[in-house]
Design a protein around this ligand. Structure first.
Ligand code: 13P
Ligand code: ZN
Length: 286
């Protein structure tokens, strides 16, 4: 089968386009990776090249040994993914040690995988383990409203989770585990990847302060939907703040507990703390 005809390839390209249309991918902002299923690799195997050398990943991912990933290229614009997928995307294979990768398809103009490859692969390694192999997609986007909030909210998992949950009743249903926050760090390396992947042990979404967000999911729809839901909640919170930043009413801890019963979800009590004044958004006290 031609690589471009594979279903996962079409779904990947569609997701990149949808993300671009949301305004989350200015220039080369953001990156996307998919852990290809074994039968999908077999279907395209005779179209893969073995002319490329092994390169160091810059992180150690032994639990991903032998896996294949479809990954956006570094410096590539999401806008161009549907226009020229063979230039903007590539398929890489991880070696038996989990230390190196080689290009098997794509990046035809001499490109290479995203500079965030260490974070993507470290996240994949954790999510593969904690979801028993279900999660296959890691998505990084420069979501405008989440970035804006990272300038004003305290950079704490509890605060981001609680304030975003309050912005839409569906939020705790879509991300009941909450959301993690990484304070500002230099992107593009192993260090930020390790910090992020440690949070991915318990969360499927992690904010990078003053930068964007990472989401993990089992399907393209689930992963995009998670990013979209969180970013929409962030947009509502920004609007509430712009309307003076004082809530007259909100969803209370007991409302969330009722939701737990109704929707059969479990919400960590860590996020259901009492506030001195439910109308005040942290960071907007005066
Ligand atoms: P890449 O072009 O290397 O994917 O980097 C974009 C980005 O968003 C870095 O965080
Ligand atoms: Zn980025």
């Amino acid at each position: 089968m031609k690589v471009l005809e594979a279903r996962f390839m079409r779904d990947f390209i569609n997701m990149a386009q949808e993300g671009y249309e949301q305004g989350w991918h200015e220039r080369n902002g953001g990156n996307l990776s998919y852990r290809i299923k074994p039968h999908e690799v077999e279907a395209i195997r005779d179209r893969l090249s073995d002319h490329h050398d092994w390169q160091p990943i810059g992180a150690s991912v032994p639990d991903l040994a032998g896996e294949f990933f479809l990954v956006t290229g570094t410096g590539q614009f999401f806008r161009n993914v549907p226009i020229d997928p063979e230039v903007t995307l590539g398929i890489i294979e991880i070696d038996e040690t989990g230390e190196n990768y080689r290009i098997r398809w794509g990046y035809v103009e001499g490109g290479r995988p995203t500079s965030e490859l260490p974070t993507h692969l470290l996240n994949h390694q954790v999510r593969k383990r904690v979801t028993n192999g279900k999660d296959r997609i890691i998505y990084h986007a420069h979501t405008t409203n989440i970035i804006a909030l990272s300038f004003v909210l305290p950079l704490k998992d509890e605060v981001f989770t609680r304030e975003l949950w309050e912005m839409a009743t569906e939020c705790p249903v879509v991300f009941p585990q909450g959301i993690g926050v990484v304070e500002w760090m230099v992107p593009g390396g192993r260090e930020i990847g390790i910090v992020t992947s440690e949070l991915m042990e318990k969360y499927s979404a992690v904010v990078w302060a003053m930068h964007g967000m990472f989401c993990s999911g089992s399907t393209f729809d689930e992963t995009f939907g998670l990013m979209h839901t969180i970013e929409k909640a962030a947009e509502i919170l920004c609007k509430v703040m712009m309307m003076g930043g004082r809530k007259r009413q909100t969803i209370t801890p007991n409302n969330f507990r009722d939701l737990e019963k109704g929707f059969k979800i479990t919400l960590d009590e860590r996020f259901l703390y009492e506030k001195e004044d439910n109308g005040v958004i942290p960071g907007m006290e005066d």
